[in-house]
Design a binder for this molecule. Structure first.
Ligand SMILES: *[C@@H]1O[C@H](CO)[C@@H](O)[C@H](O)[C@H]1NC(C)=O
Ligand SMILES: *[C@@H]1O[C@H](CO)[C@@H](O)[C@H](O)[C@H]1NC(C)=O
Ligand SMILES: *[C@@H]1O[C@H](CO)[C@@H](O)[C@H](O)[C@H]1NC(C)=O
Length: 301
């Protein structure tokens, strides 16, 4: 009798715990920082405790023989070498276990890869100037901090040679240190410019932009298009984790904003069951400051 009582609840509880675990995956919030001087410093962003991943935005000129150039809006002036102090902020983020990527591309700029050699050359440049190569060099735009990886937000130019670039970037992943490759494709599948790069299966995190694209995003009161698109991405793209990329405020994008209560009550409980769910990506720190969005959702992510 006693043995039975001990045994029965165990048998019942085991599958239940597996179910509960499957429905309660924890994610993190990724955020873009760098395109507005009034969004606080990188160190302040990390000190909020709400973010697990930061994408420094953007390296907006590269490829075609151009010297790669950073634009961090009002934060600092790369040509006057005043962005080097961000190294201390990156280290402060690292002490909190936050991963910091350099985001290349963006909605404004002049970038395109013109050949295999051009794609490989960009990898070499980024490795030596932002990651583990060339440490101690005084020409590193963000000083001697070693970033965790490269984020691709390719919205302009051609789709060519980003697969070459990503493979070369990942080839630096030796000696125990990981080189993270992340990306922000638009939700129409496959992404027009990043599809071929994503097909390398080398991306660690993919934060899909479920905004500015009505056929695959949330529209007032309707979650179906977003949910269908989420399933498409999580079932088609071979990447470490997939994130739900969203505007942090209604004004942060042309369309696609999801009220925090809709996200936490109707959407996150469903998508958190995906094996590949990684969390939520927000554009951007500036807009998040205006709306308080990350504070409203962080406990549900
Ligand atoms: C490679 O990049 C450097 C700048 O980092 C540039 O001087 C050189 O011309 C580039 N080479 C090719 C083949 O594009
Ligand atoms: C990009 O740069 C190239 C060479 O520097 C120039 O010829 C081209 O007009 C630029 N394109 C844009 C859209 O600014
Ligand atoms: C990449 O793979 C997907 C299938 O997962 C396919 O639909 C797509 O056409 C492939 N190529 C490109 C360039 O996106």
């Amino acid at each position: 009798m006693e043995a039975k009582l001990k045994c029965t609840p165990l048998l019942l509880l085991l599958p239940l715990q597996i179910l509960l675990h499957a429905s309660a995956q924890r994610g993190g919030i990724a955020i873009y920082w760098g395109q507005n001087g009034n969004e606080g410093t990188l160190a302040e962003t990390c000190a909020t405790g709400r973010f697990s991943y930061i994408n420094i935005a953007f390296l907006y000129i590269f490829g075609g023989g151009q010297t790669p150039q950073l634009n961090l809006a009002g934060h600092c002036n790369p040509s006057a070498n005043t962005c080097r102090s961000i190294a201390a902020d990156v280290r402060a983020c690292h002490r909190r276990g936050i991963k910091v990527m350099l985001s290349i591309g963006g909605g404004v700029g002049n970038y395109s890869l013109s050949s295999i050699a051009d794609g490989e050359n960009l990898s070499i440049y980024l490795w030596n100037n932002f990651l583990g190569g060339g440490r101690g060099s005084t020409s590193r735009p963000l000083g001697d901090a070693v970033l965790d990886g490269i984020d691709l937000d390719i919205e302009l130019g051609s789709s060519q040679y980003y697969d070459v670039f990503v493979k070369k970037m990942k080839s630096y992943e030796t000696g125990g240190r990981k080189v993270y490759i992340t990306g922000a494709p638009q939700c129409p599948f496959p992404d027009r410019l990043m599809g071929a790069a994503l097909n390398t299966s080398l991306f660690d995190y993919v934060w899909v932009q479920f905004y500015n694209n009505p056929p695959c995003q949330y529209t007032t009161g309707k979650t179906q298009n977003l949910m269908d698109s989420w399933i498409r991405w999580t079932s088609s793209v071979n990447a470490g984790k997939i994130f739900l990329g969203l505007p942090a405020a209604p004004q942060a994008a042309g369309s696609g904003f999801i009220p925090a209560e809709v996200l936490t009550a109707e959407i996150l409980p469903v998508i958190r069951r995906s094996r590949k769910y990684g969390g939520v990506m927000l554009w951007s720190k500036y807009w998040d400051d205006q709306s308080g969005y990350s504070t409203a959702i962080v406990r549900s992510v």
